[in-house]
Write a protein that binds this ligand. Structure first.
Ligand code: GH3
Ligand code: MG
Ligand code: MG
Length: 321
């Protein structure tokens, strides 16, 4: 994919020369003549780096940097011709990643741009590592709780539906006992693939506990989530595993599905999905159960004893061996 750079300067010649230079070194460059146009471009499209002048009519480059850093995930390099007026510290303080003086020496700018891009990629990789479960490559439970809060908030604000799927592998202890922990790990890893394959772009899947998974489905009503859950359940069921020293085996999951109720605490939301999953276990496993808040089965005091949210909010998936 193209690395996209946005150049913001009120001087037509500088905009033109910089765009040409940035494009000759292999990046894709767009230009904006002021802060307003820059913010419109950032709203409309995705850029990795903004290179902005400081002295501009209207909003200046430092203010623009501050606005950009609060609303967009993009790096900023500021440039100024009046070296005495603004300091490096001021620019960094507003969130800029680097600073160059005008007249800009293109070779210097290129070095700085490459370093900013390298650091950005490293930051992203580190962030991904911190929120990913090593075994299944799904998101980990820490990220689940963060996203859950975000999505619940978003659902309340925009009155969009939000659904949750929670699944637990059936008789997984037996599988481990029979085939060994390592074979069990292979099942977990492969389940991660099966779940991921069944998701839409806006859904996100998590390893919630040892052998428990969740899927958050924004803008999705309960019925649609139920369909998605059925699809994932069937995909898992139809997969054959070939443990060493054993016959080909199939794995099943018990699944709970529920829809978020406006204003409810996210904890209640998860608890209901967990209850639904527990009902699937109780009714014979390898099935999907939908539970709404007014369902008689959702009475107070009923809860799966093993519910991780009851025992420990901060559980984390085990580390990558
Ligand atoms: P149920 O149908 O009631 O869910 O039965 P179960 O055996 O799956 O449930 P139980 O909660 O008794 O056991 C969960 C098992 O999951 C026990 C544990 O060894 C296994 N497990 C949890 N995390 C991991 C893991 O990271 N790797 C492997 N291989 N097994 C794990
Ligand atoms: Mg379990
Ligand atoms: Mg289980």
């Amino acid at each position: 994919m193209d690395t996209r750079i946005l150049i913001v300067d009120d001087d037509d010649t500088i905009r033109y020369l910089m765009k040409e230079f940035i494009e000759t070194v292999g990046y894709r460059a767009d230009t904006a003549e002021d802060a307003k146009a820059a913010l419109a471009a950032l709203d409309a499209e995705t850029f990795e780096v903004v290179i902005t002048d400081i002295m501009m009519p209207g909003m200046d480059g430092l203010e623009l940097t501050e606005v950009i850093k609060t609303h967009h995930d993009v790096e900023v390099i500021v440039m100024t011709g009046y070296s005495g007026d603004y300091s490096y510290e001021e620019a960094i303080d507003k969130g800029a990643s680097d600073f160059v003086f005008k007249p800009v020496r293109f070779e210097e700018l290129l070095l700085r741009l490459r370093r900013v891009l390298r650091e950005r990629r490293m930051k992203k990789e580190l962030r991904n590592l911190a929120i990913t479960d090593g075994l299944t490559r799904l998101y980990n439970s820490r990220h689940f709780y963060q996203q859950l809060e975000l999505e619940a908030e978003r659902s309340n604000r925009h009155e969009n539906p939000l659904s949750l799927v929670l699944m637990d592998i059936d008789y997984f202890k037996q599988y481990n006992d029979r085939h060994g922990h390592l074979e069990g790990d292979k099942v977990l890893s492969s389940l991660g693939d099966a779940i991921r394959a069944g998701l839409r772009k806006t859904d996100s899947a998590y390893r919630y506990g040892g052998e428990e998974f969740t899927v958050l489905l924004p803008e999705t009503i309960g019925d649609e989530a139920l369909n998605a859950a059925q699809r994932i359940k069937s995909a898992i069921e139809s997969k054959a595993f070939h443990p060493e020293n054993g016959e080909p085996t199939h794995i099943t999951v018990s699944v709970g599905v529920t829809q978020y109720q406006e204003g409810e605490r996210s904890r209640e939301f998860v608890k209901r999905a967990d209850k639904a999953m527990f009902l699937s276990k109780k009714r014979g496993r390898n099935r999907v159960t939908f539970l709404s808040p007014d369902d008689p089965e959702n009475e107070e005091g009923f809860c799966a004893a093993s519910s991780p949210i009851e025992s420990d909010q901060g559980i984390d998936a085990p580390e990558d061996p």
